[in-house]
Design a protein around this ligand. Structure first.
Ligand code: ADE
Length: 239
């Protein structure tokens, strides 16, 4: 499952260059008994199976080798994963991701083993594996030298807590849709201002929560006022 996702692209190159290592462990290898059972019925009754604590503890004890490690339990009950969490994890020597499956996981793993519980969003996946892949991808690309200069994380929209401005490439006209004229002006200052305005507008419309979290510069505040006035003008025209 993990191999297919990381067998190409930027992350594969990072492994090859030795910038990042990833090891996948099967909990069954840490389960005892004839059937190597990793789950059992919940105490107190109820539907479904619960992941047993022993294989998870054993697995983590075996693989934990770095002092600076975070033991992350992926679960819909966790703190929401975001760019800042990815940045923090990318600076650690080791991140151990525990993927829950089944209907639940013994609470002792949550309370006494995991150092943090992380969710990638408000929905339920059938297992933590896909969530782990999201975390690995987002964290690995923040490790120095994993992505090239062109995609430098400095240019990530979330580095600044904003959404990206729109990008265009050839052809100049496609199915009657034109590329904004300003991008051909050659006036880099104007283009920069236009991009900033588009990024602010998109963030204001789609993710106003992001704008509330950051300290806007006086220039950004001015641009946002401009956007609001324009939008209100358009609304009044249509009323
Ligand atoms: N496992 C199941 N759903 C999940 C989610 N939303 N985030 C992380 N792990 C999960």
């Amino acid at each position: 499952m993990f191999g297919s996702v990381f067998s190409g692209g930027v992350i594969k190159k990072a492994f090859e260059k030795g910038l990042v290592e990833i090891h996948v462990h099967d909990l069954r290898d840490f389960a005892y008994g004839k059937h190597r059972q990793v789950d059992d019925r919940p105490y107190g009754g109820g539907l479904g199976m619960v992941l047993k604590p022993e294989p998870v503890f054993r697995a983590v004890e075996k693989v934990k080798c770095k002092h600076e490690a975070s033991i992350v339990l992926l679960s819909p009950q966790g703190r929401k994963f975001d760019f800042h969490m990815a940045q923090r994890l990318s600076k650690l020597q080791q991140v151990i991701l525990i993927c829950g499956r089944y209907e639940g996981l013994d609470e002792r793993v949550v309370q006494c083993l995991a150092t943090e519980e992380v969710s990638i969003g408000d929905y339920i996946l059938t297992g933590g594996e896909t969530a782990a892949m999201v975390v690995i991808d987002a964290v690995a690309r923040l490790v120095p030298d994993v992505v090239g200069k062109a995609n430098s994380v400095k240019y990530d929209s979330f580095y600044e807590g904003m959404l990206d401005f729109p990008q265009y490439t050839r052809p100049r006209q496609f199915k009657g849709m034109k590329v904004p004229e300003i991008l051909f002006s050659g006036d880099h200052k104007k283009i920069e201002h236009w991009r900033r305005k588009k990024a602010l507008e998109k963030t204001w419309l789609i993710r106003p929560d992001l704008l509330k979290k950051r300290n806007l510069s006086p220039e950004d505040k001015k641009i946002l006022d401009e956007i609001r006035t324009e939008k209100e003008g358009k609304k009044n025209e249509s009323d």
